[in-house]
Every structure is written in structure tokens, then in C-alpha cells.
Design a binder for this molecule. Structure first.
Ligand SMILES: Cc1ncc(COP(=O)(O)O)c(C=O)c1O
Length: 305
């Protein structure tokens, strides 16, 4: 939409499983004039190499980034801006946390728990970082990052230097990582299928200041259904992970007979994910976990620094 408004050409590499699972998101990009390729594609060198090794690859955010960076790097007129992960993106997103803080002040509340789902980490960090000084000054806020059990970057990935993309085109980042070659199963929260995590968030997690929980998609969809039926808003599958944390925290508070102020980031609606809701209602969703040996295999390729 932004490219359309500013008269710029837009080329999108959309992770193949999302391209197939979310056809209306693709349609919307076509409406605004973008060219959309399923990634991995045959249009780039790294896409072709990945397809040669695995013609059925579902794709990953790391592969899509590699394809886009490869195209951008060949054209001096083209610039590439990453939409998450990098610390400056988190800084831009803090507008949401600053606003939430003001709104809480207006109603005389302070958060006990702040939750969000994490793909590259930007929506969650954007909400929690403005509250960090309060925690550093001693207020016991718990920051909870919700990630999929099938892509458990903080929970099961080491804190190490790695590339932000599969073809090793980005600079190295110190972060929690499952390895730049990690290709998660094709679960529905496509925006959470990223091997790495924002460096600031990774540093906070490695110091124990942010806690990660790894969640299975069926339980997340149950929480999303509860939210839709009580609030009237259908959450994105990614957002359902944050909502699952909120529901669990609220039930724990009820059990403990405590009042807790729980704030979470509603990262997106699920109007383009109704296929996933249909599959959930039909009992067709499966809960993938990623086997330890596959993680170990992807971690073998971490750069030696
Ligand atoms: C709806 C939604 N929520 C959350 C995310 C996760 O991204 P991040 O962790 O970078 O905020 C995405 C990513 O595409 C998304 O589409």
C-alpha cells in the first residue's frame, strides 16, 4: 500500500507456506500493485539452490529475506529495510509501549505482566521496552515472550552470533538462534517462523529479565476462540500466542486470589486466516514440536566467531 501511494515498484518474497495458507493477503498485495513470489522461488540464486536441495521446501522467513536481499543488492537504486529483528525497528515500535504507558497512567494502573508473541521480536519489544526502566528500578513486572513450540527460538536456541538470513547475506547478530538454516514446520502462525530473535530482546532473555514460553498451536487457537467470543475480535494466529499467555496468567491470578494487571500486544487481526480457524473448528490442526536432532543439525552451521 505504501509503495502504491508513493509510486514505487514493490516486489514481495512471501514464504511459500504463507503464500498458500493466506491467499487473501496475497490478493490484497496484488490489489495495491505488488509482484508476489512464493519463496523459495526460481527467480534468485539462493532460491534456486534451496529448491534444488528440497523442491518441497515450505520456505522460511530467513529464506525470503535472503531472496529479497539478493535482488536488492544487485540494483544500486534499490534499498532493503528489514521489518523486524534489528534494534532500530524495535525502537520505532516503542511508540506502542509509550502509548500504552500513557493510557495506563490515565486510568491509574501499573502492569504486573506484559506479554506478546515473538517472531523477530519487534511487536513485543515495542510494548515492553518503555516499561523496562520501571523494572530496572525495582517494580516486579514480568515480561513474557510467547513463541511457538515448533519454532522455540528463545526457549531452545543458544545465545550466539548468527546470520539474520539463510544465505548468510546479512551482518552477524548476537541473538537467540535456532540456526540460519532452520526451516520450521508449516504451522499457521507464519509470522513467528523465524530462526532468530532481536538482539535487545535476546540479551534481556539471556539475563533472565524476559521469560519465554513455547506454546502449541491448538491451545493458542482455543484461546483465540475464547477471545473472539468474548471481545468480538478475531486475532491473527500469531497474536493467539500472546492471548494464550494472558488467559493462563488470568487463570493463575484467579487461583491465587490476586489482582494482576496483564497487558498484551494485539499484533494483528485474523481476517485473512479464516482457513486456519476453519481447520481448527474441523479438528484438523496438528501440534508440531521441532525435534531436538533437527535443531542440533541446524546449529552445526553457526558461524565460528
Ligand atoms: C500478526 C503478526 N503478529 C506478530 C508477528 C511477529 O513479528 P514480530 O515478532 O517481529 O513483531 C507477525 C509477523 O509477521 C505478524 O504478522
Amino acid at each position: 500500500m505504501a509503495c502504491c501511494f508513493y509510486g514505487l515498484k514493490c516486489l514481495v518474497y512471501m514464504v511459500k507456506c504463507s503464500y498458500e495458507q493466506k491467499p487473501f493477503r496475497r490478493s490484497l498485495m496484488h490489489v495495491w500493485g505488488a509482484d508476489v513470489h512464493p519463496s523459495p522461488s526460481a527467480t534468485t540464486q539462493c532460491g534456486r539452490a534451496i529448491l534444488a536441495a528440497d523442491p518441497e521446501s515450505p520456505g522460511s522467513l530467513g529464506i525470503a529475506i535472503s531472496e529479497a536481499v539478493e535482488v536488492a543488492a544487485q540494483d544500486p537504486e534499490t534499498k532493503y529495510a528489514l521489518g523486524s529483528v534489528l534494534n532500530h525497528v524495535l525502537m520505532h515500535q516503542t511508540v506502542t509501549g509509550l502509548e500504552a504507558k500513557k493510557q495506563l497512567e490515565m486510568i491509574g494502573e501499573k502492569p504486573d505482566v506484559i506479554a506478546g508473541c515473538v517472531g523477530g521480536g519487534s511487536n513485543f519489544a515495542g510494548l515492553m521496552l518503555p516499561f523496562w526502566p520501571d523494572k530496572a528500578e525495582g517494580r516486579p513486572i514480568r515480561f513474557i515472550a510467547a513463541e511457538p513450540a515448533a519454532c522455540p527460538t528463545i526457549s531452545r536456541g543458544p545465545y550466539a552470533y548468527d546470520f539474520g538470513d539463510t544465505a548468510k547475506l546479512t551482518p552477524l547478530l548476537k541473538m537467540h538462534t535456532l540456526g540460519h538454516g532452520f526451516v520450521p514446520p508449516a504451522f499457521h502462525a507464519g509470522g513467528l517462523r523465524y530462526h532468530g530473535m532481536a538482539p535487545i530482546l535476546s540479551a534481556l532473555a539471556s539475563h533472565g529479565a524476559v521469560t519465554a514460553v513455547a506454546l502449541r498451536q491448538k491451545a493458542c487457537f482455543d484461546a483465540a476462540m475464547l477471545f473472539a467470543r468474548t471481545e468480538g475480535i478475531v486475532p491473527a494466529p500469531e497474536t493467539s500466542h500472546a492471548i494464550k499467555v494472558v488467559v493462563d496468567e488470568a487463570l493463575a491470578a484467579k487461583e491465587a486470589k490476586e489482582e494482576r494487571v496483564i497487558v498484551f500486544q494485539f499484533s494483528g487481526h485474523g481476517h485473512f486466516d479464516l482457513n486456519a480457524y476453519d481447520a481448527h473448528l474441523a479438528g484438523k490442526l496438528v501440534d508440531d514440536e521441532y525435534p531436538q536432532e533437527m535443531i542440533a543439525k541446524a546449529l552445526k552451521d553457526l558461524p565460528v566467531v
